[in-house]
Design a protein. Structure first.
Ligand code: SF4
Length: 342
């Protein structure tokens, strides 16, 4: 089912694909110097309005030379995964849960991706990761992320789920995925059967714009409901994509209408080459406050992942303590400082 011909992997392939549809694309301004190459499903390319250079869907997936503008504050490990990686493939930041990242493949290369560095490498270790989880009895939940677990081969995903289900202290398996929103045909009946074996489970859909909620996406969600998973979503707040109340309201209400609870709204991380997606904390707070008129269950928690691996903190826990400086107390009672580079 997964077929390379469903994707474009370069600007030349993109130009050819669009040319076949009579769309003349100008490649100017699309050259990037770093190795995070373009990868976009043709399904998603067809959702883009190619007459609009500022189309939000286009901005999320098509390379831009603005990515070459690397700022001093930007980091290759923006949320501090490395210090919490005891064995390759595991990030153990919080006591009762860990990330299990056994793939560097995604269905799309989001230009703002906070793990773009990891996606260029391939250092995971299945055996050591499972051994680590077995040994650490305090781990209650395993979160499959990466990479995108929904892009793994069925047989490999089956192997992981089977291994996790044999560990008595693992009571919950969570999947973080952008695949249903960008490549919904991946959600086959066989795949749904595999995910069903993870029960009890949670699926967190990464979705950023209401135009990603297509009939195909809705159909893939309907299929995934058969797995009895809890369905949640996460969204990144992105300049020129969804940085206004109307777009976010449409997105969150549409998700609730199809049975997905909006879970997290992420402030942009300090990822290399993403300054052109950044809005300030104050702008983010203003947009979020304006959301307060919609039903409470449609509103996700607005969070910042603190650089250095300190974890997520709700934005409204922070006090403004100086020019672009914020301070909060985290869950453990520790003082945390965040500098807003905007
Ligand atoms: S799907 Fe997630 S991990 Fe993959 S490129 Fe996009 S943001 Fe990064």
């Amino acid at each position: 089912m997964l077929s390379k011909s469903d994707f474009v992997f370069s600007t030349s392939e993109l130009k050819t694909y669009l040319g076949q549809k009579g769309i003349n694309m100008n490649k100017a301004g699309m050259d990037v110097k770093h190795p995070f190459f373009m990868m976009v499903p043709k399904y998603y390319l067809d959702l883009i309005d190619w007459n609009d250079n500022n189309d939000p869907l286009r901005k999320m997936v098509i390379t831009s030379s603005l990515e070459n503008d690397i700022k001093k504050y930007e980091l290759t490990d923006p949320i501090g995964d490395r210090p919490h990686t005891p064995v390759p493939g595991i990030v153990h930041r919080y006591q009762d849960r860990c990330l299990l990242m056994l793939s560097n493949v995604c269905a799309v290369h989001c230009r703002f991706c906070f793990r773009k560095n990891l996606l260029n490498s391939n250092t995971y270790d299945f055996k050591k990761s499972i051994e680590y989880i077995k040994k650490h009895k305090e781990i209650w939940e395993v979160i499959l992320s990466g990479g995108d677990p929904f892009m793994m081969e069925d047989i490999f995903l089956q192997k992981i789920i089977t291994a996790l289900k044999q560990i008595k202290h693992i009571k919950m398996i969570r999947f973080h995925t952008r695949t249903p929103a960008v490549y919904p045909k991946r959600i086959t009946d066989d795949f749904v059967k595999i995910i069903s074996q993870a029960k009890p489970s949670i699926i967190v859909f990464h979705i950023n714009h209401p135009r990603e909620i297509t009939p195909e996406f809705i159909q893939s969600v309907a299929k995934l409901k058969k797995t009895s998973s809890i369905l949640l979503s996460q969204t990144v707040l992105l300049k020129g994509v969804n940085d206004n109340t109307q777009t976010l309201t449409r997105l969150f209400k549409s998700l609730v209408e199809i049975g997905i609870k909006p879970y997290y709204l992420h402030h942009l991380d300090y990822t290399v080459g993403t300054d052109y997606f950044r809005i300030s904390v104050e702008e983010g707070k203003k947009i979020y406050r304006e959301l307060s008129s919609i039903s409470g269950h449609c509103i996700p928690e607005y969070v910042i992942d603190i650089p250095g691996g300190l974890g997520k903190i709700p934005v409204f826990w922070f006090n403004h303590v100086g020019k672009n400086k914020y301070q909060a107390t985290d869950f453990a009672g520790k003082k945390v400082v965040y500098s807003d580079p905007s």
